[in-house]
Each structure stands twice: as C-alpha cells, then as structure tokens.
Design a protein around this ligand. Structure first.
Ligand code: MCN
Length: 785
C-alpha cells in the first residue's frame, strides 16, 4: 500500500456518499423548522409608498411578518461593502429588506415566517406593497448617459472609475506608443451578462437555544458568515456557529456574505425562539442573487510587422447592477489580468463601473478574467488576420519567455500587491497544444474552423488559511480546515496531502471543512485558492505532527529522530523496518492521560502514563496529544496558466454552431490529483461553452429579466459538450512549499475567446460579441453578404 499519494489520480472519496443520496444539503436539514419566504419587488425601480400586511395575517400557519421598519438598527442597516477600494468612490449596498426604494426586480421587501413554505408563500401573495414606479436604468449605454439615476446621490451612475497605466521600457505611454506604431487597429467588444447557476441555490437554517446560535448556510465562506451574523446580531463570536453542510455548487455566488437572508433568518430565529429555514427557489436565484460578465470594451492596439504589441489601450464599461457588495473586484481582475502570457510594450486600461437597475454583479467563476481574455485574445487574432500571419505565430512573438520569471506586469492587484508571475513555460505549452489539437495539419474549409485562446490566472490569494491535524490512538488522522467545499473534491485532495506528509494510508485520513466548530479562522473557497492556501497549511500542520511523532517515537525506540521515517502508519528506523512503532501507539504515548477499555472484562480504566519522575508529564512548551495546527499566508498570488483550442463546425443553412473538438493544456504547478484537476477543467469548459454560445440574462427595457427560468435560460447539456482532451504541464510555483497553483476556475476562462476564434476562422466574419447564437451568426452572415 503506497502512502505517496500526492500527484496520484485517487478516486474522489466524497462521491460514493453523494452519488447514493447520502449527502446532507441545506434543505435536508431542519425538517421541523418554520419556513421563511420573501415578498420581492416586481419593479426594477420604484419608491415604496406603503406596505399593507393586514390580509396576510389571517393566513393559517402565519407566524410573523417583517418589513424594514420592524428590524432593529443593527439588522436593518445596509449590508456590508466587503472589499472597499479607493476607486470605488460611490459604493452602495442594499438594506436586508428594502427601506424606501427598490432598485431591481427581486429585491426583498417583506419577510414572512410561517409553519410551512406553502403558508408563507400564500401570505406573501396577500401582502400589498404600494409602489411609485420610477424610470429604470437598463443597459450600459443608458447608465452612462446619466439622465436617470439608480442612486439619487451617485452622479452619472458612476460607482467607480480607475485608470492604470504601465509605460514601455523607453518611458512612452500606451497612447503614444500606439500613435507611432507601424500598424494600429481599433474595435469594440461586447460581453453579455451571465451568472452562477449551482444546482442547489442559496439557503439558510438557524436555531437559537437561548445562549448559542447555530446557523447552517449553503455558503462558500462559513467563517465570514459567522463574523457578519455575530456583528449584526451583537453576539460574541464564540456564541455563533456556522456550518456549511454539503453544498451543491457555488461558482462564486455563495461568497457574498452576508446575504440578506443570512442575517434575517437567524435574527427571526432569535426573536421568535424558533428554528427557521429558507431555501432559495430558482426564480429567486435568477432575480435576487448575483450576476456577472456584462462589459463593453473599446480597444486600440499598435503593433509591428511581426505582430508584437507596442501599445494597448483598453477602455471598459462595466455593468455593476444595482449594488456593489463585493466592491469592484470583477473589473479590477479584468483590467489587471488582461495581459495574459504576453509581454506588452505599454498598457493603459481605464474602467468605469456603472449602476443599473438590474441584479448586482459579484464574482462568478473566472471573476472578470473571461472578459479580459476575450479582449486580449480577440486582439491577437485580429493582429494575425491583419498581418496575414498564423494566429499562433503572433502569440509566440509576444510570449514572456521561460527565463524571464519572475515577471512583473507592472500592475497592482486589489490588495495592493504587485502582480508578479512566478513561473510558467508558455512556448512549450503552445507546442503541446498545437500537437494535441493537430493545429498544423488542420484542414480548414467553409463551415469548419479552429480557434485558440491563452490565459494566465492569479490564484491562491491570501490572507491565510489554516489546517488542524490530529492523530488519534486508533491511528486515524483527522484533518480539518475552515474553508468550505462545493464539489471540488477537497475531502480527497487534503487527505492525499496528509497521507503523503504523515506516511499513512489514505483510508485512515478523514477531512472536515466548513464547520466553524472545528476550525474558526478561515477565509473561504473562491479565487482558486483552496489547494494553494489550505493545502499548504495542512501540509505545514502535518509536518508539525510528524516532527512530534518522530520525537516521541525516537524516545521509545531509543533512536535519533533524524534516523526515523513513517511508512504505512509505522514509525521505523530508516532501512530497518523491524525497529518500529505504530503511529497509533505514538498517539497514545503523546497523551499522559491514558484511557483503556478491556473487551473481556468490559471495564474501562483511566490512568496517567508513566513519565520520568524528574520532569512534568507535559513538558513546558509542549502540548498533550499528537496534533498540530498551522497556517499558510501567501506572500502574493501564484500564476497558473493554460491554452485551449477548439474545432467548431457551423451549419451553412441554419448557422447552428457545434463544438467538434476541444483541447486544453494546463499548468497549475504540481498536481495534487490530476483526475480532480481534469474534472475541474471539464466542468469549467462546459460552463465556458455555455457562456460562449447559450447563456445570457435578457432584460427588457423595463428591467424585467425575461428569461428567469431554466425553460428560457439556455445551458448546455452533456450533448453539447465534446470530449475534452487535456494535457498537463507542471511548472512548480516557487512561492509555496508544495509548489502548487490553483485550478478551479481555469477551465472557464478562455472559452469564449477560443470559440469566437474558431467561429471567425470557419466563417471569415469578425466575432466581437459573446455569447453568439445561431440567429446572431445568421444575421452577421446576412450583413456580410
Ligand atoms: N487541485 C489539484 N492540484 C493543483 C490545484 C488544484 O489537485 N495543483 C485540486 C484541488 O485540490 C481542488 C480542485 O483541484 O480539489 C480545485 O482547486 P483550487 O484551484 O484550489 O480551487 P478551490 O478548491 O479554491 O475551488 C474554488 C474554485 C472556484 S473559484 C469556483 S468558482 C468553482 C471551482 O472551484 N466552483 C465550483 N470549482 C467548482 N467545482 C464544483 N463542483 N462546484 C463549484 O461550485
């Protein structure tokens, strides 16, 4: 049995439980709880004149009705603005229940608590809210005109404006470099809104026992929900526990905290002294959670005869929806990571984030990068087309070379840290991709095209994560970390890390995530950070435990700790497996208070283990037990990278678009589990194909989301997703002990750019917007004729 499991395609340990219906998701809990439901605004923009709840009070089973007026000061104030930034001069967040103005369809206005959801929904239907409709602001163009304001005190609807500029080596700015470049191009790109669509929506279930509050939430960040709830309800942190049970997907939307419901449900549970649960329905998810993407980009580029970019000037209009709970992280990621694997002469990027009367925008898998990559990769393709060169040749001309790492792009990230690429090998990656897809032998013909897209992704952001590792006297290893899991396979990969570090069979390792009772200090699962940040923290905690185990075993074996190693759960002198002691025994020796149960006599005994009479049972500075805790706090992001290629076929009559082949070369440093990484990439590519060809939020001029259901919002089925061919390149990160980089968002990032590249190749028509449907391609063809 091997214990060197790091890097092995170990089967996902969580799957048998989840696939046989033994998962416990939010709605599987709290069967006896009261149900909450919400009256939500039917208007995109309106003033609330009056709320009449009288008719609802007669509904059988009704327990309570709350409007903003009923909330105590700390609960009723605007929700937190999580990541402030100096450029976000007019950040705005919603009240948990609308106070006087509603700013998008779906905004919660009244909360109802009843004995069951039917009664709660019946009561909601009887509540009359008197609205004075205001003119809504829908769409970026309307927002920038500023004739109508989303927030009365935000002039021009501009929440944030930021310019970042990196000069060329000769000191010239991007605009000057473009003016004097041999060739220039200018164009506009449109990326429509989409959103995370986890199978399980949001949900929260709370119970209060008069002293402690326990909250279950379908969240990506239980520790932050805990802090937010404790602050809002004025409870000391130790009296609040937040547990993320099994979570059926998140894809970004569940990092926002607290959601209004995450404050209101616990508050009502405390107020009524009853258990309360709310689970989001699909329509609520569409109109009351968060969306993303949604940008218009104006691009100017100057380049030389080889296609080398001398200057790039990008102006971005970013649609923020009605509120900015997550600050301006999305446009910041777009603007700072847009440059990808390229060494660009001079770069200027300017973005304006504007408010509209639509659902707020917060990060969705890829978090601003798909938009940035769409911009950069469309630019590369256009340069190639202009110069009549192969698209890969132009990319190669611009690549950062392997000997240029660490490479500083000159940009500053949200947290004020510089964006420095730590490692990578882009030319080799391109060579691998071309071979995988057969780029050089591709037979182009009308209606059949090949496309390419390259990207880098800053992953593993801080500030920190922790790991706790305990070996019990039965030789089992219990690992806990505070971040949550939504399907990424953490139970497996963290067990692989612990098994490898401690030299124990993986069957003996168990992993707990997302439970503040087990681990209170954590940040959360987003930004492809769990493997890097928690993974390294767990490895460091294991190393502490290992050192202690070797110390104790050395005493017992009368050996030098330096001569010992652990294999298959046995500590032994290297090269002499007979001189050994099981890790389980080491765990017993680590605790001077022993407890033993005799099966024959069915008697338990408890006693203090023998120690030397001249030293205390627990040495000064030591702790009882074989366990350890450690934290890992990255100095800055580590940069994963990837290149994708696709072959697309378009129907000459119907303009139907089919992705015939899809190939990925990916570099996330050292792989913990290649099978899980491939699964992550496959899921991401599928999501990306959705974004490229199907998924969009369609608002009418009144701000109504007209496709707010799975009947109308198209998502790809397995039948639309081709087999995805994957190859890995491993350039270890020099920044962290395990040499890893993140992988969770990688699949989705370049897909729109790749599909656009392939359709353009098949059709000979510029594809400057995403998504693109058959009818839009049909229209483009008609216009080109
Ligand atoms: N991994 C690995 N080796 C590496 C890097 C990663 O084996 N060198 C493994 C990790 O151990 C983990 C998985 O790949 O099991 C993803 O790792 P990581 O990149 O650290 O991403 P996170 O675990 O932090 O997950 C977050 C990421 C994000 S940001 C979104 S959005 C997303 C995603 O993961 N949402 C998901 N993948 C998802 N997958 C599912 N099923 N559901 C979601 O909601």
């Amino acid at each position: 049995m091997t214990t060197r499991l790091f890097g092995e395609p170990v089967q996902r340990r969580e799957d048998p439980r989840l696939l046989t219906g033994r998962g416990r998701f939010l709605d599987d809990l709290g069967g006896d709880a009261l149900a909450a439901a919400f009256v939500r605004s039917p208007h995109a923009h309106a003033r609330i004149r009056d709320i009449d709840v009288a008719a609802a009070l007669d509904v059988e089973g009704l327990v309570a009705v709350y409007t903003w007026e009923d909330l105590p000061e700390r609960v009723g104030r605007p929700l937190p603005l999580l990541i402030p930034h100096p450029a976000l001069t007019h950040g705005r967040t919603a009240y948990p229940l609308a106070r006087d103005v509603v700013r998008h369809v779906g905004e919660p206005v009244v909360m109802v608590v009843a004995t069951d959801r039917y009664a709660a929904e019946d009561a909601c239907a009887l509540i009359e809210v008197d609205y004075e409709p205001l003119k809504p602001v829908v769409g970026l163009e309307e927002a920038v005109q500023g004739a109508q304001l989303v927030h009365e005190d935000v002039p021009g609807n501009v929440g944030a404006h930021l310019v970042q500029e990196v000069a060329a080596a000769d000191g010239r700015g991007a605009r000057e470099a473009i003016e004097t470049a041999p060739h220039t191009l200018a164009f506009r790109l449109d990326i429509e809104r989409s959103a995370s669509m986890p199978l399980e929506g949001r949900g929260v279930y709370a119970r209060w026992d008069g002293r402690d509050l326990r909250v279950y939430s379908s969240t990506q960040t239980s520790t932050s929900v805990r802090m937010a709830v404790a602050a809002a309800l004025e409870l000391p942190l130790p009296q609040v526990e937040v547990i993320a049970p099994d979570v059926g997907g998140g894809f970004g939307v569940k990092i926002v905290h607290p959601w209004p419901e995450e404050v209101l449900v616990p508050w009502a549970a405390m107020t009524l002294g009853r258990e309360i649960k709310w689970t989001e329905d699909r329509r609520e998810h569409f109109i009351s959670s968060a969306h993303e993407r949604g940008q218009v980009q104006y691009v100017r580029v100057g380049f030389d005869d080889d296609g080398r970019v001398l200057g790039l000037d990008v102006t971005i209009l970013h649609d923020h929806g009605a509120y900015t709970p997550y600050g301006i992280i999305v446009p910041i990621v777009t603007s700072t990571q847009l440059l990808g694997p390229y060494r660009i002469g001079a770069y200027r990027v300017e973005f304006t984030a504007v408010y509209t009367n639509t659902v707020q925008v917060t990060p969705y898998r890829g978090a601003g990068r798909p938009q940035g990559v769409f911009c950069m990769e469309r630019t590369m393709d256009k340069i190639a087309r202009y110069l009549g060169k192969d698209r890969t040749e132009v990319r190669e001309a611009n690549f950062i070379e392997p000997d240029e790492f660490p490479y500083d792009q000159g940009m500053t990230f949200q947290d004020g840290r510089p964006l420095i690429y730590d490692s990578g090998d882009y030319p080799e990656m391109l060579r691998m991709l071309k071979e995988l897809i057969g780029w050089d032998s591709f037979e182009r013909r009308p209606g059949r095209g090949i496309g390419i897209g390259c990207y880098v992704e800053g992953t593993g952001v801080g500030p920190y994560e922790g790991g706790h590792v305990q070996v019990t006297s039965d030789g089992r290893v219990h690992v806990s970390t505070g971040l949550t899991s939504q399907g990424q396979g953490h139970e497996t990969v963290f067990a692989q890390i612990a098994a490898t570090e401690l030299g124990v069979p993986i069957e003996r390792v168990s992993v707990v995530t997302g439970d503040t009772r087990r681990f209170g200090y954590a940040v959360g699962t987003f930004a492809s950070r769990a493997a890097v940040v928690s993974g390294n923290a767990i490895a460091l905690a294991c190393r502490k435990v290992r050192d202690k185990a070797l110390r104790i075993a050395a005493d017992a074996l009368e050996a030098d700790p330096a001569d010992l190693e652990i294999t298959d759960g046995m500590v032994h002198v290297a090269g002499t497996p007979t001189a050994s002691i099981p890790l389980s025994t080491v765990a017993v020796l680590a605790n001077p208070l022993r407890y033993a149960f005799d099966d024959e006599t069915a008697k338990a005994t408890q006693f203090s283990g023998t120690t030397s009479p001249d030293r205390p049972p627990v040495a000064e500075g030591d702790e009882p037990g074989l366990e350890g805790r450690d934290y890992y706090s990255p100095i800055r992001s580590t940069f994963a990278s990837g290149m994708h290629a696709a072959i697309v076929e378009t129907d000459p009559e119907t303009a139907e678009i089919k992705v015939a082949r899809y190939a990925v070369v990916h570099d996330c440093g050292r792989l913990i589990n290649p099978m899980i990484v491939e699964g992550q990439i496959h899921g991401g590519v599928a999501q990306g194909i959705g974004g490229a060809l199907y998924e969009r939020m369609v608002y009418d001029p009144h701000g109504q989301l007209v496709n707010a259901s799975f009947m109308d919002f198209l998502m790809p089925y397995a039948t639309e997703i081709p087999h995805i061919e994957t190859a890995h390149l491993e350039t270890p990160s020099p920044l962290n002990p395990l040499g890893i980089k993140g992988a969770g968002e990688a699949g989705v990032i370049p897909v729109s750019a790749v599909i656009a590249s392939a359709i353009e190749d098949a059709e000979g028509i510029p594809i400057d917007r995403m998504p693109i449907s058959p009818s839009e391609l049909f229209d483009l063809r008609s216009r080109m004729r």
